[in-house]
Design a protein around this ligand. Sequence first.
Ligand code: ADP
Ligand code: ZN
Ligand code: MG
Length: 480
Amino acid sequence: MNATEYEPVIGLEIHVQLKTRTKMFCGCELSFGEEPNVHTCPVCLGLPGTLPVLNARAVHFGLMIGLALGCEIAGRSQFHRKNYFYPDLPKGYQISQYDVPLCTGGHLGDVRIHRVHLEEDAAKLVHASASGRIHGAERSAVDFNRGGTPLVEIVTEPDVHSAEEARDWLGLLRSTLRVLGVSDVNMDEGSLRCDANVSVRPAGSSGLGTKTELKNMNSFRFLAQGINAEVERQVGLLRAGEQVVQETLHFDPRSGLLTALRSKEEAHDYRYFPEPDLVPLVATPEMVEAARAALPELPAARAQRFERELGLPADRAHELAFRTELADYFEQALAADGSDLDPIALANWIPPLIERIGSDTDPAQSLVSPASLAGLVKLVSARQVSTTAARDVLTRLVAEGGDPAAIVEQEGLGAISDADGGLAEIVAAALAADPDAADKVRAGNMKAIGPLVGYVMRETKGRADGGEVTRLIREQLGLG
Ligand code: ADP
Ligand code: ZN
Ligand code: MG
């Protein structure tokens, strides 16, 4: 019997802390790791009789995000009270947007955006560890510094179909938000937080299965691991003839276990009602235009430009443009040696650079300046150094910095070509050393050329130009 194949269906809900100077509804400054409870006031402590005042800069950032994601902007949107009790929420409700959000629709890459709305962050519960007991007991404390921080919530349609796609898409969203300058978008520090809604369905069908919600995945890796674990769990249930229960889950990356936090709450549990202390938010054409004017080139557009104007293949263009620091480095290297550097050749040297400096490192922080990478690529293009030797030069540059041409000179890594006289003899020696391979190549079996080229590379310590070696082998075998 054929087991049914299942396909994952994933929708993401992302919370982004905005990098405004002050909080969403009061004049308290945002806090970055200060003493607890030093950035508070009667408004964000939820004292009775206080009134919220909306932060104009947060609205501006919200509009920029909405426009960057191609959303439709609501001329008039509304704040609601979302009522629930928790110690990190002193008012007993969160001010959020409900049925009339600031932005709707839009897309980023292949993923459609459902909505983008403004709200405020809750305070932070600090759970004392066994060693850090508070007043001798295991207790929790509340730090109200975070309470009232402006948030934008971005909700996607369920358009994501694998854990890896979710991770990559979140990377694109992060780059996009970063170039907008609206947030630090740091998952470790909680300025970027992601919940994943996960369901599975028989592959090829179009309905939606029952979903669960994985809360607050705090790294890209854990997001992917959590989704994979949950997809596996759901497929297991369905194969066993059981059903998925709609609930909210926590993924523990250390144990790989998923535990239920609570059964799914419904909108009516929150008793949403319009915030009576705030007038509806009217986004005037001037406000929208100001937000539009503030948009820089976005990663998706930059990838398109790399394809269109520089001729990079799509996946390389994405690889660079979706990580702004790589794209910046690449463009600086290109400009460092403007005249005749081939963008494709240069782009091909970024992955070997990343491999050597570590995939989390910004190349601008490495010892290899954009100009020296450009210089190295130029040496390769001019066939003054072989690709193999250039890789060694790059390793040296990463370790010590310096000038590629000088390293080539010092280490005697310059390419050996026929013109130097030496290469033709070494090729002849390779043919003599392996007459079997030579015969096969002569008979037209080009696959047999590998050992011959290998011989030459060993003899020249990788300094021979590969194209030139192939040409000489063919020439000496009378293949023209
Ligand atoms: P809820 O009412 O439970 O909050 P929403 O319709 O508001 O659900 O959707 C919340 C998120 O869950 C969105 O990102 C949406 O794309 C996603 N989602 C909705 N239904 C499914 C499903 N069956 N499988 C996966 N994701 C889903
Ligand atoms: Zn305050
Ligand atoms: Mg929802």
